[in-house]
Each structure stands twice: as structure tokens, then as C-alpha cells.
Design a protein around this ligand. Structure first.
Ligand code: DGL
Length: 274
């Protein structure tokens, strides 16, 4: 039978999806990944539902026709919690969305007090309220939104330094409702990293947290789901040496991003000027 290399399209507003491609590479080193970052419209977290719904289905439909992947991964919690249904309706290939890992976080929590750290958009979405009602009804859930952290992850991957004071300030609210001197049994003990940019700041979060806490994200689960779906698709196999390309939609140059994308296994970075 004719075999061709498995190919996925990973989409995010910026570099956040690289936290997902890292997990895909770990599980499937031979997977061909094409990455698209919508820099032109980033950050998504401060855009309205209507703005995202107007842009994303059509953009993803065009990209899927152009790039012909076996699977599309919306590696963005903001886009997935807002427009997943509409994107799926516009595409003929399977679409995997990345949504906050609230279910595993609630299971993991011993104090039954968890926090969800996402973009301002994600933490407002009804989708997240539904996840909490279905999987974390026994927990106190503290919702914290930040756009600054998205920008900080972008800067870090462009070779900039992370300002730890600003980062500490941004995550402070996670710990606020239960004062850090509160008895251990009521403290937030699990934080959901509900934005794909945030695992890229994991080391900094761990350093900044006032006590030891668990941080969970959806990356590994998405990689496993992708593998299962690809196994069910006939006629494809892993390529021992795939050529991975990242396309950046937007006016800026790619120069500062090349190094980061290379570290994450991308062979070239190309600007798609709108
Ligand atoms: N990486 C994105 C997410 O998972 C979006 C960040 C943004 O553009 O605001 O939500």
C-alpha cells in the first residue's frame, strides 16, 4: 500500500504552540509538523468572542487547504474555548482543540482548591465554566487571566529576559484567596496552565511560587490524542527525517524567532505577509 508521512498542522497566536509541539516530538519524533503563528492578531486573549469567531474558521480553512495536513491542532486555549465548534464545521480534516486541564487538576488536588491561569479571554468563557461544573464541582476554583505573561513568553523565546518581579506580580492572584499562611489543607495546591504560552515559563513559575505547588497543562494529553487519531488513519507512517516549517503571519521579521523554533525542531521559519 502507498504510505505517506503523517503530517499535522499546529496553530497558535504565537509561540505558545511550541509547548505542544515539544510533547508531539517526544511521543512521535518522526511526525511532520507545520506550525502557523498568527502574530498579526496576537494576543488573542484580549479579543472578543465575535472577533475570534470572525477570523479563525476562515483562516484555518485556508491553511488546511494550502497545507493539506492529516490533523489540525488548535494549540491555543483561547481559540479553542471560543471557536472550536466553528473551526471544526469549516474543515474537512479532524481538528483537536487544546482546552484547560481542569479535570486532571481537580483529581490531583488534595486541598480541593485549584487555580486556572489563562488569558483574560479564556477565564471568562462559558466553556471553562462548563468544564468546572462537570469536573471540578468539589473544588474552589480561582480564575486568573493575564496577557502580560503571554508577552513575556514571546519575549523569552525571542531571546529576551524574563522580569521576575513582573512575573511574580502576575501570578500573585493565584495565591491570594487563600492567604499563603493559611492552613495547608485550604491552600491552592494545583495550578492549571490554561494558555499554551505558559508552560514555556514553567521554570520561572516554579521559582516565583511562594510554596511548592503542582502545575498541569494539556500538552501530553494532546500528544497522546494525536497519536491515537493518527493510528486510526490508514496509509500514513512516521518519516524518519521530516522537514518541519513554521509560518509566521505578520509584518515582523523572523530573525529573532529562528533560534527558538530551531530548538523546537523546526528547519525553517518563513514570514507570511498578510
Ligand atoms: N497561546 C494562547 C492560548 O493558549 C493564546 C495567547 C494569546 O494570544 O493571548 O490561550
Amino acid at each position: 500500500m502507498f504510505m505517506r508521512a503523517a503530517h499535522v498542522l499546529v496553530f497558535d497566536s504565537g509561540v505558545g504552540g511550541l509547548s505542544v509541539t515539544a510533547e508531539l516530538h517526544k511521543l512521535m519524533p518522526g511526525l511532520k509538523i507545520t506550525y502557523v503563528a498568527d502574530d498579526e492578531f496576537r494576543p488573542y486573549g484580549n479579543k472578543s468572542e465575535a472577533q475570534l469567531k470572525a477570523r479563525l474558521p476562515e483562516l484555518l480553512e485556508t491553511l488546511a487547504i494550502m497545507l493539506n495536513p492529516d490533523i489540525v491542532i488548535i494549540a491555543c486555549n483561547t481559540a479553542s474555548t471560543t471557536a472550536l465548534h466553528d473551526i471544526r464545521a469549516a474543515l474537512t480534516v479532524p481538528v483537536i482543540g487544546v482546552v484547560p486541564a481542569i479535570k486532571p487538576a481537580a483529581k490531583l488536588s488534595k486541598t480541593k482548591s485549584i487555580a486556572v491561569l489563562g488569558t483574560p479571554g479564556t477565564v471568562k468563557r462559558g466553556y471553562v465554566d462548563d468544564l468546572i461544573a462537570r469536573f471540578a464541582s468539589d473544588c474552589t476554583v480561582n480564575l486568573v487571566g493575564s496577557t502580560k505573561l503571554v508577552n513575556m513568553a514571546e519575549q523569552k523565546l525571542s531571546g529576551g529576559t524574563v522580569n521576575m518581579d513582573t512575573l511574580k506580580h502576575e501570578i500573585d492572584l493565584i495565591f491570594k484567596p487563600h492567604h499563603i499562611d493559611a492552613p495547608n489543607k485550604t491552600k491552592v495546591d494545583v495550578v492549571v496552565l490554561a494558555c499554551t504560552h505558559f508552560p514555556l515559563l514553567s521554570a520561572e513559575f516554579k521559582r516565583a511560587a511562594p510554596y511548592k505547588i503542582s502545575w498541569v497543562d494539556s500538552g501530553t494529553a494532546i500528544a497522546q490524542r494525536t497519536q491515537r487519531l493518527l493510528e486510526r488513519t490508514s496509509g500514513i507512517e512516521n518519516n524518519p527525517n521530516p522537514y518541519n516549517i513554521a509560518f509566521l503571519i505578520g509584518p515582523q521579521t523572523c530573525a529573532t524567532r529562528r533560534k527558538a523554533f530551531a530548538t523546537f525542531g523546526f528547519d525553517s521559519v518563513i514570514a507570511l505577509k498578510p
